[in-house]
Design a protein around this ligand. Structure first.
Ligand SMILES: [Zn+2]
Length: 197
């Protein structure tokens, strides 16, 4: 069935969003058309405003509308611990755990298969942070995949030159999971990371 061009455009744009398939995109588009016009304008305005005003914090890489960000400005945080994460969205998740140290977000896609490497700029920033002193522990919180593993090792190597304790997130079995179905790497990590009961 042919849809009106503007409706088709809207569906196409929505489908570009993560985990939105054609059916969901169509449902969202029809919903936007059905609700009061002011609501649709608010949505469009929020998208534009967020895009214009939010940028990575120049200090830690978290997404912010003020620079440095609220996390960097918070004096109650423990500056001795620096948590390295891949993306700002990881910080949102880590913050929910009550972690109270500082952050360093890489904010850059690295894919070893594509031969893309960590930018020189990112590395220099990381080294400058360590060289500035005061950091006693670097927590590597990169994704538990091959790329995250390789980059973690690389960053750990750099941090070791500054005589800083390096830790990484424990990887284990998901709560509610089944040992029988856990993949080999997850299970091996869980055994390596076992602790006293
Ligand atoms: Zn910041």
């Amino acid at each position: 069935m042919r849809l009106a061009r503007p409706l088709e455009n809207l569906i196409d744009e929505l489908m570009k969003l993560p985990s939105i398939g054609p059916k969901t995109a169509q449902r969202m588009a029809l919903y936007i058309l059905k609700e009061p016009e002011a609501e649709a304008r608010n949505l469009a305005k929020a998208v534009i405003e967020a895009r214009e005003k939010i940028a990575p914090c120049s200090n830690c890489g978290y997404l912010t509308d003020i620079d440095p960000c609220v996390l960097c400005l918070d004096e109650k945080r423990d500056s001795r611990i620096l948590c390295v994460a891949e993306e700002a969205s990881d910080i949102i998740a880590i913050e929910k755990t009550g972690f109270n140290g500082r952050y360093f977000v890489i904010n850059q896609d690295f894919n070893l298969m594509d031969n893309s490497e960590l930018e020189f700029r990112t590395l220099e920033k990381f080294k400058a942070k360590l060289a500035a002193g005061g950091i006693q522990e670097v927590v590597l919180a990169l994704n538990p995949d091959i790329d995250g593993e390789v980059v973690s090792r690389y960053l750990a190597q750099i941090a070791s030159q500054y005589n800083i304790k390096i830790t990484r997130l424990a990887h284990g079995l998901p709560v509610g999971g089944d040992i029988e179905y856990a993949d080999e790497i997850t299970l091996r990590r869980a055994i390596e990371g076992r602790h006293e009961f």
